[in-house]
Design a protein around this ligand. Structure first.
Ligand code: HEC
Length: 361
């Protein structure tokens, strides 16, 4: 494959066919490994590069030049890729840069770069089990600098549907794994000060297995970390193995998180509507993000006695998107629905009519 530096373009061609970047940030983009991702070896790196001009593509891994390991080497509006087998466990930093065509009134050549820091083999035994069972493994969570994306606030004062805490902030964050179909959702609640909860759940679309984390350290499980200004390092957090054993402050997740899919979603809430039916903030999910389980019902991991997803009797909405929720969730729904504006969470949801409950976020 020959990848030529971009030929000189006339202005006319640049206007008619603009294969150039409008935003510097989008001109060189590391799409993999995900920012602050927890990845296993061998690590695959992918970089999207705009139309190269001037200084060619260059990549460094932990400061060492790894440009030669990428192919194709001088990409033009393409993806260049490298494999890094045998990286040591722990954090690594990949930086990619190139001079690429930009367009602002006129076309010009300017430097663009992107950096990602990721963690190799950061898997706890639980994360490894979840990964084996097809569950997407999320990157560490933080308000900035990760691949997590904020989809909106459930605070009922803003017209949202915070079942658990009403007029309190609860921010819906999603993570889309580039390869694994399913969904990761984090819900940092309250102000974010110590004591504010932030649960994280990931579910596989194909196997229906779901994995749970909460913002307490395994080393200090009774202290709720909060989340504002913090990095929640997945491998350090209490997880399903702790919850299945009954040892956590947030309550047994699966006693409320029941149903065909693990997520408790008010389908007509603006933030949740994006999560169910799209479009997600943060761009198209490439078909990888879905809260739907392909067939059957979700199973909480680890498989353990007393940590199950029992069927709750009662009607469901026909299309299988929500069954009658457990009594405690029904109580929360009824309390929210009694507030103004009323009936903000119709359940069974409108999912059985029209376009249905799930879409293609
Ligand atoms: C008392 C019931 C209850 C328990 C126990 C519970 N949750 Fe939730 N959770 C909810 C409700 C209700 C929602 C929906 C958001 C809202 O309106 O409050 C929710 C939402 C979430 C979300 C956002 C995605 C979703 O499903 O809507 C995450 C992530 C989450 N919880 C994690 C956890 C984790 C982890 C645990 C266990 C450590 C847990 N929860 C225990 C009731 C509960």
């Amino acid at each position: 494959m020959t990848a030529q530096p971009a030929p000189h373009r006339t202005r006319r061609r640049a206007i008619v066919v603009p294969p150039i970047c409008l935003l510097i940030a989008s001109c060189v983009t590391i799409t993999e490994p995900p920012k602050s991702g927890n990845v296993v070896s061998p690590v695959v790196a992918k970089v999207k590069v705009g139309t190269a001009c001037g200084t060619p593509f260059r990549a460094t891994l932990d400061g060492a030049d790894v440009t030669a390991q990428f192919s194709p080497t001088a990409p033009s509006s393409a993806v260049t890729q490298a494999n890094f087998p045998g990286l040591a466990s722990g954090p690594h930093t990949l930086t990619a840069s190139a001079e690429v065509q930009h367009w602002f009134l006129v076309s010009y050549c300017a430097n663009a770069s992107d950096t990602t820091t990721f963690n190799v083999n950061g898997d706890t035994p639980y994360m490894a089990e979840c990964r084996t069972q097809g569950v997407p493994i999320p990157p560490d969570w933080a308000e900035t600098g990760t691949a997590w994306v904020n989809q909106g606030n459930l605070n009922t004062a803003g017209g949202g549907t915070n079942l658990l805490q009403g007029a309190t902030d609860a921010h819906v964050w999603t993570y889309t794994d580039p390869h694994v179909r399913g969904a990761c959702i984090a819900l940092p609640r309250g102000s974010g000060a110590p004591g504010s909860l932030a649960g994280i759940i990931c579910q596989s679309a194909t196997t229906g297995r779901a994995c749970f984390w909460d913002n307490q350290l395994k080393s200090d499980p009774t202290h709720i970390l909060g989340w504002s200004g913090k990095k929640l390092v997945i491998s350090e957090l209490v997880d399903g193995t702790d919850f299945a054993a009954g040892g956590n402050v947030g309550g047994p997740c699966a006693s409320c998180h029941r149903g065909d899919n693990v997520f408790l979603i008010s389908p007509d809430d603006p933030a949740w509507a994006k999560v169910l039916r799209g479009p997600l903030t943060g761009g198209p999910s490439g078909g990888q993000f879905t809260t739907r389980v392909d067939s059957g019902r979700y199973t909480p991991l680890p498989v353990a006695a007393g940590w199950t997803n029992p069927v709750t009797g009662g009607a469901n909405c026909g299309a299988g998107c929500h069954e009658l929720p457990p009594a405690n969730i029904r109580g929360m729904r009824d309390a929210i629905n009694a507030m103004t504006p009323p009936n903000r969470m119709p359940m069974p949801p409108a999912c059985n009519s029209g376009a249905g409950c799930y879409g293609a976020p």
